[in-house]
Design a binder for this molecule. Structure first.
Ligand SMILES: Nc1ncnc2c1ncn2[C@@H]1O[C@H](COP(=O)(O)OP(=O)(O)O)[C@@H](O)[C@H]1O
Ligand SMILES: [Mg+2]
Length: 320
């Protein structure tokens, strides 16, 4: 598709090291990213996010399957892919002995930004990322959060259609983070495609147009934030069979303010709205009062997936 920025088909990556068990980091991953969107890859540590970014930026080769960036195959046309991207990866380094401004201009020079444009661009990037007051400081003298901000700012010295950010905002203090997020949003509004990884749901929610959940090297769910939110606040249908019924259990069930409630012996059918908490939490509470012998749930699989598969804490989810 012409307006597709990235596509992967059945992408797999197996890390094989001598005398070690092979690691299946990607397991048939299919992905499509549209141009001009901020695309968030959300998954817990070890899910395969960095591996995917390393393949898309041509640093490593996939074991099988294919990936293309701006229509160019990462293996057959690596140089073309590299011409269209820039990336902040976890191992990206700064020139510690250079000033903030010189880090920017040096990066520009390395990426063939014409000399007369470098200074102007550096000034623009300094302003945009709130780094002007630090411009003469050496990178080594910056706080950790500011170093990360400079790493991200650097890639915006060059005009590439796709920007990859691997956990770029992880560990930043909130003020730093807001400055960076606002700058990234401005870049996307200018037509760039931003692909970022994070293991923090709130971060993905604040910034991304589309979120894909990655778990054990596969995309298990994806959609717009609005879609995901709608799903997360949708009504769940539960059918629960308890070992025995009692007053406490009934009171607890009623306190869920079910949209619909039917009880036949030990079987309870009810509809609840998930905004009050996750369905799984609710069921866990009920099972403490009376053992559950049978359970059926319909709907709301996405939030369950977040909590169950990604292991994000309830505080991180903060669905409103
Ligand atoms: N160079 C490597 N050699 C062997 N295993 C690796 C290597 N890089 C990553 N892995 C393993 O691959 C899996 C996915 O890792 P990674 O892509 O870094 O995930 P994430 O970025 O989501 O935390 C993990 O099990 C990790 O230990
Ligand atoms: Mg990673």
């Amino acid at each position: 598709m012409a307006d597709e920025a990235i596509r992967t088909t059945n992408l797999t990556k197996i890390y094989k090291e001598k005398s070690k068990q092979p690691v299946h980091a990607l397991n048939g991953l299919n992905l499509s990213v549209q141009r001009g969107e901020i695309f968030g890859l959300l998954g817990r540590n070890g899910a395969g996010k960095t591996t995917l970014l390393r393949i898309l930026t041509t640093l490593i080769k996939p074991t099988s399957g294919s990936a293309s960036v701006m229509g160019f195959d990462v293996q057959a046309h690596g140089a073309e892919v590299r011409n269209h991207i820039c990336a902040v990866l976890q191992e990206n380094a700064l020139e510690q002995f250079l000033s903030v401004r010189d880090n920017l201009t040096t990066y520009g020079r390395f990426h063939s930004v014409p000399p007369h444009e470098r200074e102007a661009r550096a000034q623009r990037v300094l302003d945009q990322f709130g780094l002007t007051e630090y411009k003469n400081k050496k990178a080594m003298d910056l706080s950790g959060g500011l170093k990360r901000r400079l790493q991200v700012a650097k890639v915006f010295m060059v005009d590439k259609p796709i920007v990859f950010l691997d956990e770029a905002t992880t560990g930043m203090d909130p003020i730093n983070k807001r400055a960076v997020l606002e700058s990234i949003r401005a870049q996307a509004d200018g037509g760039r495609t931003i692909v970022l990884t994070t293991h923090i749901l709130q971060e993905a929610e604040d910034l991304c147009d589309t979120i894909a959940l990655i778990h054990e090297g596969r995309i298990i769910a994806s959609g717009s934030v609005a879609t995901i939110k709608a799903l997360a606040t949708s009504v769940f249908e539960l059918s629960i069979t308890f070992e025995s019924m009692n007053e406490e259990l009934l009171a607890q069930l009623k306190s869920l303010s079910p949209v619909r409630f039917e009880q036949t012996g030990n079987v309870v059918e009810l509809c609840i709205n998930s905004v009050d908490g996750t369905v799984l939490d609710t069921i866990a509470q009920l099972s403490r009062i009376s053992r559950i012998t049978h359970l059926e749930i319909n709907g709301g699989t996405l939030e369950d997936a977040f909590v169950e598969l990604l292991g994000v804490s309830r505080e991180d989810t903060s669905w409103k």
